[in-house]
Design a protein around this ligand. Structure first.
Ligand code: ZNH
Length: 171
């Protein structure tokens, strides 16, 4: 499904965020309000690195832009429990990392996660494009010019492929 060039672009972007799964993943859901201590801002890191500080945080991500998505995360959406938000962010992005390593084999690699979303969580598939969009906004806001239009296109296609797998076991 992805061309060789698209695969390379997906891998390049992953290399830039790998190691920051928790803050990046949490920020896809809810952007923390605050300065250097906000999600994703670790001095010296590529994501929110020194060059780009201070970051001005706007609380505008999935839960803010698409409030209906909060219904799935009653324990997280208020943003009160930052550790919980980071831990879900880490798990979500770890799964994306697994997908990056298994581009040829997404269906098998994500099969247990597909069962979970279809059978236990029953997340309406319409929510996936919303999360994908917020994911790209987070990447663009942190990586800025490093996140080229080609990378965005590749990443969009990749995340759409992940979503297809995660939503195809619904009955
Ligand atoms: Zn999800 C969970 C991933 C989308 C909702 N997730 C989850 C997890 C993971 C994920 C890894 C964990 C699991 C375990 O623990 O075992 N997701 C994911 C991905 C994606 C997603 C990769 C895409 C791309 N989700 C989604 C959406 C939604 C969701 C769109 C809605 C809106 N999830 C969810 C929930 C959960 C999950 C609700 C549970 C949480 C808790 O538990 O806390």
């Amino acid at each position: 499904m992805l061309s060789a060039q698209e695969r390379a672009q997906v891998a390049q972007v992953w290399d830039l965020i790998a190691g920051h799964e928790a803050p990046v993943g949490a920020e896809v859901l809810l952007r923390w309000v605050g300065g250097a201590r906000g999600c994703g801002a670790r001095p010296g890191s590529r994501v929110g690195g020194a060059r780009r500080e201070p970051l001005t945080y706007l609380p505008r991500r999935l839960f803010t832009v698409y409030p209906s998505t909060k219904t799935y995360f009653p324990h997280l959406a208020a943003g009160a429990d930052r550790e919980l938000l980071l831990s879900h962010g880490r798990r979500m992005l770890a799964a994306v990392g697994v997908a990056v390593q298994h581009l040829d084999n997404l269906r098998a690699a994500l099969s247990p996660l597909a069962d979970l979303h279809a059978q236990a969580l029953r997340v309406d598939p319409a929510n996936f494009p919303l999360l994908i969009q917020c994911f790209q906004v987070v990447l663009a806001s942190h990586l800025q010019d490093e996140f080229t239009v080609e990378m965005q296109a590749a990443w969009d296609k990749f995340l759409t492929g992940v979503s297809v797998v995660l939503t195809e076991k619904y009955r």
